[in-house]
Design a protein around this ligand. Structure first.
Ligand SMILES: [Zn+2]
Ligand SMILES: [Zn+2]
Length: 196
C-alpha cells in the first residue's frame, strides 16, 4: 500500500511505498526526548497521545520518497549522540527520525504526519498492531495494562528481522536523508527541558 505523508501546511510532501504490517514496525515511544521534541516544535498542539506517547512507524529508508518541498526540510538533535530528527521548518512538523550512523537502515515516522491514519482501525489495517511500547514510565504501567497487550519480546524480534532484511537489501544507501555519508541537512543541536 502507498501512503502520503508530509507537513501540516502541505509544502513538504512525501510518499511511503510498500507499507503493510509485515514490512513495518509500529511503536509508541514514551521517552522524555520524544515528548520534549514535539513540545518544542508545537507548544500549542503537540502530537502526543493522552499518555504523552508518540506513535511511530519504523520502515525501510528505501521506501521513503520526498516529492516536494525539500528546501523546507531541517534537522535537529537533542543530545550529541542522539537521534537525528528531521522536521519541516515551514510549519514545525516532525517528519522522520533516524540514527546518526548513516549505515543503519532505519527511519521512524510519526503517524501524525501520515495521511489516512486518523483512526485506530485504519492504523491496524495498514500497519498492524502496536508491537513495541518503549520507555514506559512506571507511573503509566497500570493504565497501559488495561489496554491491548503488547509482547515486547516478539516486537523486538519483528524489528530485528526487518532490520536484517533492510541491511541485506542495502536500504541505507537509498535513504533520502543521507548523501555521501552526510545528513542532507546539517543537524542543529537544540537544548530542551526533558519532560521525564
Ligand atoms: Zn509545512
Ligand atoms: Zn522516544
Amino acid at each position: 500500500m502507498e501512503l502520503s505523508f508530509g507537513c501540516r501546511c502541505g509544502k513538504l510532501q512525501g510518499r511511503l511505498e510498500r507499507v503493510q504490517p509485515s514490512r513495518v514496525n509500529r511503536v509508541v515511544c514514551y521517552c522524555g526526548f520524544c515528548q520534549s521534541y514535539e513540545r518544542y516544535l508545537q507548544p500549542q498542539s503537540p502530537a502526543l497521545d493522552v499518555n504523552g506517547g508518540t506513535e511511530l512507524m519504523q520502515l525501510s529508508p528505501a521506501d521513503i520518497h520526498l516529492m516536494a518541498g525539500h528546501d523546507h526540510l531541517a534537522c535537529l538533535k537533542l543530545t550529541e549522540g542522539g537521534a537525528l530528527r528531521f522536521y519541516a521548518k515551514c510549519c514545525q512538523t516532525a517528519l522522520m527520525n533516524t540514527s546518526q550512523r548513516s549505515n543503519l537502515p532505519f527511519v521512524s515516522i510519526p503517524l501524525s504526519s501520515i495521511q489516512g491514519l486518523d483512526t485506530d482501525e485504519k492504523r491496524q489495517a495498514c500497519l498492524g498492531p502496536v508491537r513495541i511500547r518503549a520507555f514506559v514510565p512506571d507511573t503509566l504501567k497500570p493504565a497501559l495494562a488495561n489496554g491491548p497487550k503488547v509482547h515486547k519480546g516478539l516486537g523486538y524480534l519483528h524489528l530485528g528481522r526487518l532490520l536484517l532484511s533492510w541491511f541485506v537489501q542495502g536500504a541505507a544507501k537509498q535513504s533520502p536523508l543521507w548523501q555521501n555519508g552526510e545528513p542532507v541537512c546539517i543537524p542543529e543541536r537544540v537544548r530542551v527541558q526533558r519532560q521525564n
